[in-house]
Design a binder for this molecule. Structure first.
Ligand code: PMP
Length: 363
């Protein structure tokens, strides 16, 4: 293989990025057109960066359908910092926040909220090894909850909500880290949506927050400045030095999604890629999908083999065949094919071929 040839990267994140985006980033790394300096070298207060930031936000608003009564923030600290910022800003003393637990990330989010205030577990599928998303009629919601938190796609367990849960008047908060821009976002049904960028939005280092402006009134005045959403709304994500390069690449990725036909086109593409893999998993019983069929994720396809020895062989041989990153999360093992927006259909076809061939030899 040529030393700069690209392999198929099934990593759960940081994940594969669109090739045209990487090409443009490579070109602009030496000098932004008309600026004469690299995007790594310009001031975050320069007109060139102001333009990059404004364009990224405008494109994101159009592609994701974000109404004007929502602020768009580009923050630091990953989705994990949002586990804390959400309750610090939105959960007033004495109030209760509802959490729907569908995997490790939502458990972590709930753990941070408990440090701040009262948490009610509205539903959990932990006793079923997080194999499914709870049904609407299983949700035990608190009347007047401060908000209801859910994880729209469970990166580790390979499950995904088909539609956002119905939670009445309470603001709905979504951790959309691993499926944002893979389908319509239904922003108006949410009070707040957050996502680490490193799967569907670009490189690690920037975290997107979309917050309905009326919720900003809740942030306590004595909250640490950097942890207060109002700081970043007033500062237009420039209160301190933002993750300049990551925001620049995020802008390119959003534009790429737009050029492909937007989130509807992404949804069609994801459905095609995921159904090809699930069809192969279901074909004979040699492979076993870990998620219940109606909860299956279109982003992270998780499956197992009869024993861990065989799984190790599968992953090793796949890696040798140029199919990288197929090992499941270290907490659950097995296999996981992450097929985010930028993952090519040809890579899915290559994995299906490899699975058939592996089964023929070992089945
Ligand atoms: N939520 C989900 C659904 C995730 O998949 C991840 C990371 N894989 C996180 C939160 C944590 O994100 P970060 O590493 O950006 O803090």
């Amino acid at each position: 293989m040529k030393s700069d040839a690209r392999i198929y990267n099934f990593s759960a994140g940081p994940a594969v990025q669109p090739v045209p985006v990487l090409r443009q980033a490579q070109r602009d790394l030496l000098a932004l057109p008309g600026v004469g300096m690299s995007v790594l070298e310009i001031s975050h207060r320069s007109p060139a960066f102001e333009d990059i930031l404004a364009r990224a936000e405008a494109d994101l608003r159009r592609v994701a359908g974000i109404p004007d009564d929502y602020a768009v923030l580009f923050l630091h600290g990953g989705a994990s910092t949002q586990f804390s910022m959400v309750p610090m800003n939105l959960l007033a003393p004495g109030a209760t926040a509802d959490y729907v637990l569908t995997g490790s990330w939502s458990e972590k989010a709930a753990r941070e909220a408990r440090r701040v205030g009262n948490v009610n577990v509205a539903a959990t599928t932990k006793p079923e090894a997080f194999r499914r998303i709870p049904r609407q009629d299983e949700l035990r919601l608190t009347p007047d909850a401060a908000y209801v938190h859910y994880t729209s796609n469970n990166t580790i367990f390979g499950t995904q909500w088909r539609t956002p849960p119905d939670v009445g008047a309470a603001p709905l908060v979504s951790d959309a880290s691993s499926d944002i821009l893979s389908r319509p976002l239904h922003v108006a049904r949410h009070g707040l949506i957050y996502a680490g960028a490193q799967k569907n939005l670009g490189p690690a280092g920037v975290t997107l927050v979309i917050i309905r402006r009326d919720l900003l009134d809740r942030s306590p005045a004595d909250l640490a400045t950097m942890l207060n959403y109002t700081t970043h709304v007033e500062g237009r994500s420039l209160y301190n030095t933002p993750s300049v390069f990551s925001i620049y690449v995020l802008g390119l990725v959003v534009k790429w999604v737009d050029d492909q036909g937007g989130v509807d086109a992404m949804a069609r593409l994801s459905a095609r890629k995921a159904s090809a893999l699930y069809a192969e998993i279901d074909r004979t019983g040699f492979y076993r999908g870990t998620a219940e069929p109606d909860s299956r994720s279109l982003m992270n396809v998780t499956f197992r083999l009869a024993d861990e020895h065989l799984e190790r062989r599968f992953i090793e041989e796949a890696t040798t065949a140029g199919l990288d990153g197929l090992g499941g999360h270290r907490s659950v093992r097995g296999m996981r094919a992450s097929i985010y927006n930028a993952f090519p259909e040809a890579g899915v076809a290559a994995l299906v071929d490899f699975m058939r061939e592996f089964e023929r030899r070992k089945g």
